[in-house]
Ligand binder design. Structure first.
Ligand code: FAD
Length: 381
């Protein structure tokens, strides 16, 4: 396995993403964050450029590339300064649609996956409920089969894209007597009668992405919208977590690198006591420590991506990377802010936003405690 996964083709692709980010993301990132949303047309624009279907086959409108290209996309997008917008995009490409691709029917791929990769339709993933987050098997939202329909009742919370989604990849209980063996995944159309969106959840960071509470009151979902087999949903969710967590880790690593770059540039410019602050050995040494940690985690991450792309089982390594890099991104952003002194604490510089945004990375998509639990259980076997 390699620790450097990029070729000349990757660099050409990187330049095209960077070009787009410089022109169409960076100038607006602060405004989107302050306003608490971003134009949904970004989905369409990314679809037109082929950025939503990087790793999907060409027959569904994708580019048929591997995760190393997705990595380039995420790294460059993260540098655009709107991690909230990027979160919303990754929910579409890496969290809500993979289950349809891996386990859905050809009809479902035609009807739902293709428009999602074009950016014409927006997806959310609905797993978390007020009473069940880490404990996915304990979800209560029910889907009772009646003829050719499922009748869905219950609620979801913390759903990214929840207020703007056309469809939700929805986790439901189809057998309430069972825990994880009673869960199924449905493709839920948000135009369905009985569906409603609760109040906008105000968050610490990732302001540009909307996070919503959702309610389902006797919603009729066609049985043909079932993904894969009934009661196999927990397995599909766990399988999906692999890609979801990997893309989240790439975002965390890229955010840490971006934060560090801001600190280094600032230290080279800012003067105190008649000299650039980078001349203070204590600050240089602190930067060296951070650069070393970030470089080591990046090489491990590239090794994990290479292994993932080879088709080998990478669950353990992805779990380790999520745990390590999620926590590292918070440490790096926090320490990077210190280099900017009082300016770092203001909203005139992007560093306070990065710190608020990366705080999510030890919580969303599985907490650090759950990552330790997954890895710790291996010690018992
Ligand atoms: C901004 C944001 C966006 C999100 N987007 C989505 C989305 O699009 N779709 C979606 O379905 N969900 C989404 N989530 C939900 C997210 O995945 C959950 O918040 C997360 O899984 C944790 O669940 P919880 O908040 O219910 O915490 P809980 O599960 O209640 O955990 C509370 C605390 O207890 C700890 N804990 C729990 N179980 C154990 C254990 N066995 N051992 C040790 N410690 C434990 C946790 O680590 C945590 O520290 C989002 C959350 C946020 C904040």
């Amino acid at each position: 396995m390699r620790c450097n996964i990029f070729s000349e083709e990757h660099e050409i692709f990187r330049r095209s993403v960077r070009n787009f980010v410089e022109k169409e993301i960076k100038p607006y990132a602060t405004e989107w964050d302050e306003e608490g949303n971003f134009p949904v047309e970004i989905f369409k624009r990314l679809g037109e450029l082929g950025f939503l279907g990087i790793k999907y086959p060409e027959k569904y409108g994708g580019s048929g590339l591997d995760f190393s290209y997705e990595t380039v996309f995420i790294e460059e997008m993260a540098r655009g300064g709107s991690l909230g917008m990027l979160l919303a995009i990754l929910v579409q490409t890496d969290m809500a649609t993979p289950a349809i691709y891996h386990f859905g029917t050809e009809e479902q791929k035609e009807k739902f996956l293709i428009p999602a990769l074009k950016g014409e339709k927006i997806f959310a993933i609905g797993v978390t409920e007020p009473g069940a987050g880490s404990d996915v098997a304990n979800i209560k939202t029910s889907a009772r089969r009646e003829g050719d329909y499922y009748i869905v009742n219950g609620s979801k919370t913390f759903i990214t894209n929840g207020a703007i989604a056309d469809y939700i990849t929805l986790a439901v209980k189809t057998d309430p007597k069972k825990k994880h063996r009673g869960i199924s995944l449905l493709i839920f159309d948000t135009k369905t009668e009985g569906f409603s969106i609760g109040s906008h959840i105000k968050k610490m960071g990732n302001w540009a992405s909307n996070t919503a509470e959702l309610f389902f009151d006797n919603c009729k979902v066609p049985a043909e919208n079932l993904i894969g087999e009934e009661n196999m949903g927990f397995y599909y969710i766990m399988k999906g977590f692999e890609t979801e967590r990997l893309s989240g880790v790439v975002m965390a690593q890229a955010a840490a690198e971006y934060a560090l770059e801001i600190a280094i540039n600032y230290a080279k410019e800012r003067e105190a006591f008649g000299q650039k602050i980078i001349n203070f050995q204590i600050l240089r040494h602190r930067l060296v420590d951070l650069i070393t940690e970030v470089e080591i985690s990046k090489r491990f991450l590239y090794y994990v991506i290479d292994k993932y792309d080879s088709g080998e089982d990478t669950l353990t390594e992805i779990t380790m990377a999520k745990l390590w890099i999620g926590e590292l991104s918070i440490k790096v952003a926090n320490e990077a802010l210190q280099f900017l002194g009082g300016y770092g604490y203001t909203r005139d510089y992007p560093i306070e936003r990065i710190l608020r945004d990366v705080r999510l990375y030890t919580i969303g998509g599985g907490t650090s405690e759950i990552m330790r639990e997954i890895l710790g259980k291996k010690l018992l076997s």
